[in-house]
Design a protein around this ligand. Sequence first.
Ligand code: NDP
Length: 258
Amino acid sequence: MDLRLNGRAYLVTGASSGVGLATARLLLDEGCAVAACARDGDRLTAALGPDTDRLLTGAADVRDPEAVRSLTERAAGRFGRLDGVVNNAGRSLMAPWNGTSRDQWRAELELKLFSVLNTVEAALPWLGASDGPSVVNVNAILARQPEPALAATSAARAALLNLTRTLATDLGPRGIRVNSVSLGLIDTGQWRRRHREDGGKHDYTAWSAALAADRGIPMGRLGTAEEVAFPVVTLLSPRSAYVTGATLDVGGGVSRYA
Ligand code: NDP
């Protein structure tokens, strides 16, 4: 099926690893131009390769509005258009509510909520000029199913879910769609780090299988980054033209809400 993405241009944040990297690669495979960012520019280039006429990489922290604006302007200048944004950059903070400092609460909001305002504000002029603009926010099932061990991350995710609906409502009349995917446990750098922090006693395969069993994931395993990239790219596609304000769970059935 032709997703009608060929020739379009997208900004993908957090594209040096995991979901962002898989999404950037899939968009490139679909014939799109991609502007990709992460804080570590060298790791980004190592992951995606050198810039081409369809790839622009830039070291940028999504919490920094000026860095985001500058990259967005460079991307739109280079590609002559910007049709969408994938707000993916992030990581989780393992801490209970009463073990989270005020600075950490604020940092979670900077990373998970204000970063989305930064990209959307920067991209808005070009999204408004696109014939099929779409924003996808990579969120977590934690937004609706908070975990006490991830208190600030869960709250920030809930705020992003709420903001996604606000943006969809407000930007819908301009034809700009805003959706999110809510992730369960996806096998990326995040879990590899967690495995190392856990002492790395068992090999990663056994450790992640035990994790999936412990969390009661009906599919019996963690998901892959590619299994997230496909629904993200589908939501970007102009073929999804009537889907906005929606949240698609990508969690192997782990969510417990109806
Ligand atoms: P990874 O750790 O594999 O990749 C995270 C990416 O984000 C890296 O490219 C990293 O590069 C970048 N990044 C982190 N902070 C910033 C920042 N401030 N500015 C710009 N880039 C940044 O993560 P995943 O692929 O697992 O996660 C992708 C998204 O999905 C995240 O938002 C995560 O919270 C969410 N998620 C993941 C789940 C999972 O199980 N994997 C579950 C639920 C949600 P660098 O460090 O160089 O900046």
